[in-house]
Design a protein around this ligand. Structure first.
Ligand SMILES: [Zn+2]
Ligand SMILES: [Zn+2]
Length: 363
């Protein structure tokens, strides 16, 4: 069928709205009409070729929409269902078998631009356009997914803004609620407060953390974090981060979350922990980036863990977040600004300038 999509044709080139030919769904595939799709930094890493995604390509991996058509083997959803799309996992490797699909050994398939068997789903005038980004490529009017990366959701939540639950928001909320599991009354420092860090702040509030300290170089973001409910703010360009956190908490934070993906920031996030404290790394750094840590500091009972996509089962956790949203415990709509698909380049510019936290396109 003919669809409309935002295509990147060269390294760092603009997104161009084009009509493309999308394959019919195979027996295990689902055709979704995209209603909303968030812009995540990984899409822009694809655009600028910081991840090995082939061009020309359609990115987009925080889609929400309505099921239009299903293949004969599909049981999980039916036409008319409202769905959130998330990352793909194989379902059969050691970690998937252990219900830890975020650490799937086949995760690289999310960037390959083809189906797992190597076939192509998108074409323009007979020429290949790489699709299947996170098994969706949802910067488009329609996309193909499989049961492995689709979650059915209630129809009484605004469909166009819930796509980011599939990546950015699940990453921040899951890292706090599933990886760190902070105790009520505890302290937590969030390093880097883009949309992932802001979602983490909302999760920390929901968990009953008493001191929630936002750390970033951007004053406007610090002010936004305070509006969302952070209790303290630190700007590393003015304040000595570790000393300030020691002072605020009287000896170190119980938990820290690194959303920046930078070795200096990770070192600060670890060094600011109290004994027995836990630091979780969410920020993606370029491959082979190294960090040094004080071994005595580790020996004193501090823990460093990593988290991908919140380290949760999306089938369970996306509905959990929607329930929290309905109860007013996770007001993620405050993080979102919507744009028509045609304004994708403006939405990207506004994201990069810090004008908006989480841009969501509405094809
Ligand atoms: Zn797997
Ligand atoms: Zn993402």
């Amino acid at each position: 069928m003919e669809i409309k999509a935002a295509v990147v044709r060269r390294n760092s080139g603009e997104f161009m709205i084009e009509n493309l030919e999308l394959d019919d769904p195979r027996e295990d595939e689902i055709l979704v009409k995209v209603v909303g799709v968030g812009i995540c930094s990984t899409d822009l890493s694809g655009q600028t070729q910081k991840i090995p995604a082939k061009l020309p390509a359609v990115f987009g991996h925080e889609g929400s929409g309505i099921v239009e058509k299903v293949g004969s083997n599909v049981k999980k959803v039916a036409p008319g269902d409202h769905v959130v799309m998330t990352y793909w996992s194989c379902g059969t490797c050691k970690t998937c078998s252990n219900d830890e699909s975020a650490f799937c050994l086949g995760f690289f398939q999310n960037f390959r631009g083809t189906r797992p068997d190597g076939s192509i789903t998108l074409k323009k005038d007979g020429n290949v356009v790489h699709g299947n980004f996170f098994n969706q490529s949802s910067f488009a009017s329609h996309c193909l997914v499989t049961e492995r990366n689709i979650v059915k959701v209630d129809k009484d939540v605004p469909l166009e803004i819930i796509g980011p639950l599939g990546c950015g928001i699940i990453s921040g909320v899951g890292a706090v609620m599933n990886c760190l599991k902070p105790k009520e009354g505890s302290s937590i420092a969030i390093f880097g407060v883009g949309s992932v860090g802001m979602a983490a702040i909302q999760a920390a509030i929901a968990c009953g953390c008493e001191k929630i300290i936002a750390v970033t170089r951007k004053d406007a973001r610090l002010d936004q974090a305070m509006e969302l409910g952070a209790t303290h703010k630190i700007n590393p360009t003015r304040d000595a981060v570790v000393e300030e956190l020691m002072y605020i908490t009287g000896g170190g934070v119980d938990y820290s979350l690194e959303c920046a993906g930078h070795p200096t920031v990770l070192r600060q996030a670890f060094d600011s922990l109290h004994r027995r404290g836990v630091c979780c790394l969410v920020g993606a750094a370029p491959r082979f980036t190294e960090v040094s840590l004080d071994m005595i500091s580790i020996m004193q009972g501090r823990t460093l863990v990593g988290s991908v996509e919140g380290d949760v089962n999306p089938d369970d956790f996306i509905p959990t977040m929607i329930e929290m949203y309905k109860e007013g415990k996770l007001p993620f709509d405050k993080l979102i600004t919507t744009y028509p698909l045609e304004d994708i380049n403006q939405a990207v510019a506004d994201t990069q300038s810090g004008k908006v936290l989480k841009a969501v396109l509405t094809p």
